[in-house]
Design a protein around this ligand. Structure first.
Ligand code: ZN
Length: 343
């Protein structure tokens, strides 16, 4: 079979890739759709991020869905032909964090398309993947495989929503409107937020945010003065979902938060300098959020029941043989929100 493999920055190839029949507890899935994530783009442009670097060729991709092609002898609940989303995370199940219910913090996590481990865990941008049966989650008939491939980023955002606590009636600010920021709009709306304000430094993603239900959008590069009213008193927002990973975005947002407000940091920003006095005196809460666990199946359920619609985020689908073109398109924020590959 063939796969979309990163060799070095800007060296993305379609390579022959070894196939493996399913073991007793595994299934083989014919991949149909794969979404390009920000981390895939980091590997493509820079060969990685932070200390995580490509040290051997690696198939990219961890937002994937397809059709079951073969089933291991010990898998009673899945059949060939079933349409599934593939959960890219495989926690060990036995480490201290898995046993205490924090499987996203697993000490021995295998996450598809990640260069954190050596050898790297190969990703899902291939014609077939063979995974543990627990990673293949059947999807509703009315859900397209492209939508099903959005389960992973939606799960990230549902997990972030939980980190914030109740959203009902809250005033929410989302900074950074890539696919994750845009999905935070969807989650905040689903959670019952009273007001959702979204900022970005580009106009095109803000158009998508409005379509997804944002109350108001502000281009913080060209019209930052429109945020002034939110500084009233000590600030007005109950919750910030910071999805840019940009120090300037977080610093600016601190002044808009009401005392006791909750900041959920999704963007991986590396090192930042922050006015800690503002956090201390306004008693702000700063929480991280990382990946997901049960939220993957929740994401599929909410999409499958029509409670959450992610279709407005999918801005293009290209055949995997045009992967370089697709990665370039996904890198152009004036044109793209979520770009998917088809296989
Ligand atoms: Zn573990």
């Amino acid at each position: 079979m063939r796969a979309v493999v990163i060799h070095a920055p800007k060296d993305l190839r379609i390579d022959a890739f070894p196939d493996s029949p399913p073991g007793a507890s595994e299934v083989r899935v014919k991949i149909e759709a794969g979404g390009i994530c920000g981390s895939d783009l980091h590997y493509y442009h820079h060969g990685g991020f932070g200390t995580v670097r490509i040290r051997e060729p690696m198939a990219l991709g961890h937002e994937i869905a397809g059709v079951i092609a073969a089933v291991g002898s010990g898998v009673p609940h899945l059949l060939p032909g079933m349409r599934v989303a593939v959960n890219p995370s495989q926690p060990c199940g036995v480490c201290v964090h898995c046993r205490e219910g924090l499987r996203n913090q697993c000490l021995d996590m295998r996450f598809m398309g990640s260069a954190m481990r050596m050898p790297h865990v190969q990703g899902g941008f291939r014609e077939h993947v063979t995974v543990d049966a627990a990673q293949a989650i059947p999807i509703a008939d009315q859900l397209s495989l492209g939508e099903a491939a959005m389960a992973e980023p939606l799960a990230v955002c549902l997990h972030a929503g939980k980190q914030a606590g109740p959203l009902l009636g809250k005033r929410v600010l989302v900074t950074g409107c890539g696919p994750i920021g845009a999905l935070m709009v969807v989650v905040a709306r689903y959670g019952g937020a009273a007001e959702i304000v979204v900022t970005d430094i580009a106009d095109a993603p803000l158009v998508v945010a409005r379509r997804l239900g944002a109350s108001r959008t502000v281009n913080s590069a060209t019209e930052a003065s429109r945020l002034e009213p939110y500084r009233a008193g000590k600030g007005v927002f109950d919750i910030l979902f910071e999805a840019s990973g940009n120090q300037a975005a977080l610093r600016a947002a601190l002044d808009l938060m009401r005392p006791g407000g909750m900041i959920v940091q999704l963007g991986l920003g590396g090192e930042m300098t922050l006015p800690v006095n503002t956090i201390v005196t306004k008693e702000l809460q700063l929480r991280g959020t990382f990946r997901f666990d049960p939220e993957f199946e929740l994401a599929l359920r909410l999409m499958g029941e029509g409670r959450i619609d992610v279709k407005p985020l999918i801005t293009a689908s290209l055949p995997f043989l045009s992967a370089v073109e697709a990665f370039e398109l996904a890198s152009d924020r004036s044109k793209s929100m979520k770009v998917q590959l088809t296989f």
